[in-house]
Design a protein around this ligand. Structure first.
Ligand code: SF4
Length: 703
């Protein structure tokens, strides 16, 4: 970049705001919102508007490869060739001795689509294991399964422009005012112009989102499914359902109707901790909606019954026929900038590229043929928590971690710590020494960060953006795609002769030909000169597809959407007991992102909430003799956290809340929320149950 502006995309959340980057005279960069971008129209949230601090501050960056020759040796600087030769030797030897499933890759929704595609090709096609998973497993894998079960494929049907076309919003298990601020700002602007617009929020906490709602259903954690069934029951009883849509375009309605009509409103009211009147108020708002948009995030997904929560919510859109038309539809919010791109290229252990299924022999062969390999293993790969359990038990020997910080973000941190200590070989490909996981590396590889490499990402509405390289990476850091191709060549694999990200992108695009996410006609040239596109883009000159299912043809064999029934309406989380009487729910704060390796460096962002805290209801605090600001010990069967108490009636009695961001910022790790959480996962999506852990809370007494 030579004293000129470039257009790119924010590297934080899945909203995908457009950013204009300029170089200032002191050779740093500055950022501002892109007024012409269809997502943010010039707006940026606190995180996005401070991105330049992260780009300009290289003080924590890993500058050259570092390696230790054995666990007892210190890390020392090595050349790229030496580091990657050793990685290739270790991975080859492990695979030869213990088989391909003895190794695995754990990657990130921050990876660009080209990197995601390439590492999946490397692992599934050439290392011959499906042990590749991503931190997106932690935030939206339940939504992926929900969409697949309901629509036949993982397809988010809406466009952000539906926000301005809807008149009724159901925001459930999400706090977009803090976590997806620009989308929330668009919703607020829409409400300012249209006072009749109604917003229902379902959340155990009075979040900033809930405080603006017309109706806040402050349910108890884990009671979502029975609430959605109670809503469905009353929608049917009050005649609000769309009978024509149901008859013509859905399957399994009779079984669904039977189930929801058997729901006891009294039981729903009791389990949810809200009144029947509140349920009915929500039903009338939904039933009278002209455009009904449901928005959700981790509150549904991060659950032992996350898939059932998703399908139970999706059923409400089918029941009311609010799909495939302007201002209507279900809209899962993604937490990471390219979680969606990862889903498209099959970036998880259970998926293959372009919505192909690992458990389908024909799909496996199609992918194998495309990559020029004999076969893809039919054995399901280990998912995020399973992978670290396998490292802990010794079943897996080596792991390669790219652009994610599992030591802070995975549940049950002590287990993760043991897993990383027990692993024979740990590669960490990272930008920052601040990532707590980096200290466990046997080989530390410096990666290029945002603005330092080119590639593409997809946001929450299927919008693909091109991100150009604007500045050089510090030291010897390399783009992830180049690190991966160098390693593949060291392993002796064909099919990795890529010189640029664009070459990787072209190969991936060919795979999408004649599929539901066809972008075979969307090249870098169009992305650079015409801007962003929502897939599919199935022809030259095609403008992209804002909204799916406008023809009401779904991706199931019958082309009908499916009403799915939950395995159980009960929450299967670890229940509170005499020893651990509180339900802990975890979440995010406004100005931090993930494990703070980037936002934690920015003093302006830290000043919002500088320290972790425990939210506790005044009645619970009174009983435990805890006052606002007291240090409290929060304990579960897995570990302990010590933080200051925030006594607040924004949280329900019996429930406590901790933010998930902090890692080892002190001389101990008692800041870390995931010391407490457990590795219970949804049986289908394998997403962890972060929103429900039984804990005890007591005032800290100095020994
Ligand atoms: Fe970045 Fe998300 Fe904020 Fe937009 S809303 S500026 S994408 S963090």
């Amino acid at each position: 970049m030579q004293n000129s502006e470039i257009k790119t995309t924010c590297s934080y959340c899945g909203v995908g705001c457009g950013i204009i980057v300029s170089k200032d005279p002191s050779n740093g960069v500055t950022v501002k919102g892109d007024k012409d971008h269809p997502v943010n129209r010039g707006m940026l949230c606190s995180k996005g508007m401070n991105l330049h601090y992260v780009a300009n501050d290289t003080s924590d960056r890993i500058l050259y490869p570092e390696m230790r020759w054995s666990k007892s040796h210190p890390m020392e600087r090595v050349s790229w060739d030496d580091g990657l030769d050793r990685a290739a030797a270790v991975f080859s030897s492990m695979i030869k001795k213990y088989g391909p499933d003895s190794v695995g890759f754990y990657i990130s929704g921050q990876c660009l689509t080209e990197e995601y595609y390439l590492v999946n090709k490397l692992v599934k096609g050439f290392l011959k294991t499906n042990n590749i998973d991503t931190n997106s497993r932690l935030c939206m894998s339940s939504a992926v399964v929900g969409y697949k079960k309901t629509f036949g494929e993982d397809a988010v049907p809406i466009a952000y422009e539906d926000i301005e076309l809807a008149d009724t919003f159901l925001i459930t298990g999400a706090n977009p005012a803090w976590c997806h601020p620009i989308l929330f700002r668009r919703l607020e602007q829409h409400r300012e112009k249209n006072p009749k617009v109604k917003v229902i929020v379902i959340d155990p906490r009075k979040t900033d989102t809930a405080l603006t709602a017309d109706l806040h259903l402050q349910i108890l954690p884990g009671s979502d499914i029975i609430l959605y069934h109670a809503l469905a029951k009353r929608i049917i009883e009050k005649g609000y359902m769309d009978t024509n849509f149901i008859k013509q375009h859905t399957e399994n309605f009779d079984a669904y109707m039977k189930l929801v009509l058997s729901t006891s409103l009294e039981k729903a009211s009791q389990l949810c901790g809200i009144s029947i009147k509140e349920i009915d108020l929500a039903v009338d708002l939904i039933g009278k909606a002209q455009g009904f948009l449901s928005l959700w995030a981790m509150g549904l997904n991060q659950s032992a019954v996350g898939v059932d929560k998703n399908t139970a919510l999706l059923n409400l859109s089918l029941l009311t026929g609010h799909i495939g038309k302007p201002g209507s539809g279900p809209f899962s919010l993604t937490g990471q900038p390219n979680a969606m791109g990862g889903r498209e290229v099959g970036g998880m252990a259970s998926l293959l590229a372009v919505h192909r299924e690992l458990n389908n022999p024909e799909h496996r062969q199609e992918v194998a043929d495309f990559w020029g390999v004999d076969s893809i293993s039919e054995k399901p790969g280990l998912t995020a928590t399973e992978m670290f359990e396998a490292l802990e038990s010794g079943k897996m020997k080596a792991v390669w971690i790219i652009c994610t910080n599992p030591m802070v973000s995975l549940p049950d941190s002590r287990k993760v710590e043991k897993a990383l200590q027990n692993a024979k070989f740990v590669v960490v490909q990272e930008i920052s020494h601040n990532a707590d996981t980096a200290k466990f590396a046997d080989l530390l590889l410096p990666a290029a960060g945002w603005l330092e490499k080119e590639g593409t990402m997809t946001n929450s509405e299927r919008r693909i953006s091109y991100l150009p390289k604007g500045i050089n990476a510090p030291g010897e850091a390399l783009p992830d795609f180049e690190i991966l191709t160098r390693f593949a060549k060291k392993m002796g694999f064909n099919g990795f002769n890529f010189n640029t990200s664009e070459e990787v992108y072209k190969e991936y695009c060919q795979m999408t030909k004649n599929t539901n996410i066809d972008i075979s006609f969307l090249n870098y040239n169009r992305l650079k000169h015409e801007g962003t596109f929502q897939w599919p883009v199935p022809d030259y000159g095609h403008p992209g597809t804002p909204r799916l299912f406008t023809d009401k043809k779904f991706y199931t064999p019958s082309q009908k959407a499916i009403f799915n029934l939950p395995v159980s309406i009960e929450n299967t989380s670890e229940q509170p007991n005499d020893k651990y009487p509180f339900i802990l729910t975890t979440g995010r704060i406004r100005d931090q992102w993930h494990t703070m390796t980037k936002t934690g460096k920015v003093s302006r962002l830290l000043s919002h909430i500088p320290n972790p805290f425990l939210e506790i209801n005044p009645i619970d605090a009174f009983k435990a003799e805890i006052e606002n600001g007291d240090i409290v010990v929060v304990s579960s069967k897995n570990g302990e956290v010590r933080v200051k108490a925030t006594v607040t009636d924004t949280i329900k009695e019996g429930v406590v809340f901790l933010p998930m961001h902090w890692g080892k910022q002190l001389d101990n790790d008692l800041n870390r929320t995931n010391n407490l959480t457990n590795t219970l996962i949804d049986p289908v999506s394998k997403e962890p149950d972060f929103k429900y852990t039984a804990v005890a809370v007591a005032k800290y007494e100095k020994p």
